[in-house]
Design a protein around this ligand. Structure first.
Ligand code: PGA
Length: 256
């Protein structure tokens, strides 16, 4: 079974800093693990070069953190699917809560972006579709209602593309960048619910990543949970000393 460790660098990085990060790369990547770093758009070319220079036993893929819902045209500041393909991206994060929160992205807009990715003839680009509830929504017992509202338009798009790969990421908004990680019970229960919900809509399983304050000290307890296929990691992916232990953790499970 494939496990994923996907880094979301958000608006972090720099030419020199990125090069330093890769210089510290050590170890190997187990064949059943896919490692990727989603960087700000300007660094995609650099990531492809840095990754190409890594030894064959330590492959690292790269991706983007957003994409336009449009094919091309007068959309200042937007980046299209074909542009991501020009840089051989393997992943694109869609619907991250920071996009929903700070850029007003609705679930409909998220589905339109996904549809644009699915329309592409290049099947190598995989969307990582993020869903997650706010703390008040968890406290009021409406997690499933919120997740269903976010998932429905996305699953409708995936349903018409049965042969395309896609990943879901459950990221409770209250756990992102806060140091507060969801409990194993909360993660298990929610991942199981998402897995069943997606399966009943699609008739197939999708990998589901967990994201939200994943760190070396809590990763082992998360990766072993059923329906957790890997991590989407922000803060801990910025430094090699906190990123490598997450890979080690995924590797230990992959070897079982
Ligand atoms: P975090 O971010 O690991 O810093 O909580 C995760 C994310 O936003 O994808």
């Amino acid at each position: 079974m494939t496990r994923y460790v996907i880094a979301n660098w958000k608006m972090h990085g720099g030419l020199q800093r990125n090069a330093e990060f890769f210089k510290q790369w050590h170890g190997s990547v187990h064949s059943s693990i896919r490692v990727a770093i989603c960087v700000p758009f300007p660094y995609l070319a650099q990531l492809s070069q840095l990754s190409a220079a890594l030894p064959a036993h330590a492959p690292v893929e790269w991706g983007a953190q957003d994409v336009s819902e449009h094919f091309e045209g007068a959309y200042t500041g937007e980046v299209s699917v074909s542009m991501l393909e020009d840089f051989a991206c393997s992943y694109v994060i869609i619907g991250h809560s920071e996009r929903r929160q700070y850029h007003g992205e609705s679930s409909g807009a998220v589905a339109r972006k996904l549809d644009r990715v699915m329309q592409s003839i290049n099947t190598a680009l995989q969307p990582v579709i993020c869903v997650g509830e706010h703390l008040s929504e968890r406290e009021s017992g409406s997690v499933e209602t919120v997740l269903a509202e976010q998932l429905d338009p996305v699953l409708a798009v995936l349903k018409v593309h049965p042969h395309r790969q896609a990943l879901l990421a459950y990221e409770p908004v209250w756990a992102i960048g806060t140091g507060v990680v969801a409990t194993p019970e909360e993660i298990s229960e929610t991942h199981e619910w998402i897995a069943k919900y997606a399966y009943s809509a699609l008739g197939r399983e999708l990998p589901i990543l967990y994201g939200g304050s994943v760190k070396p000290d809590n990763a082992a307890g998360i990766i072993e949970l059923p329906h957790v296929d890997g991590f989407l990691v922000g803060g801990a992916s910025l430094k090699m000393e906190t990123f490598i232990p997450l890979l080690d953790c995924a590797t230990s499970i992959a070897k079982l």
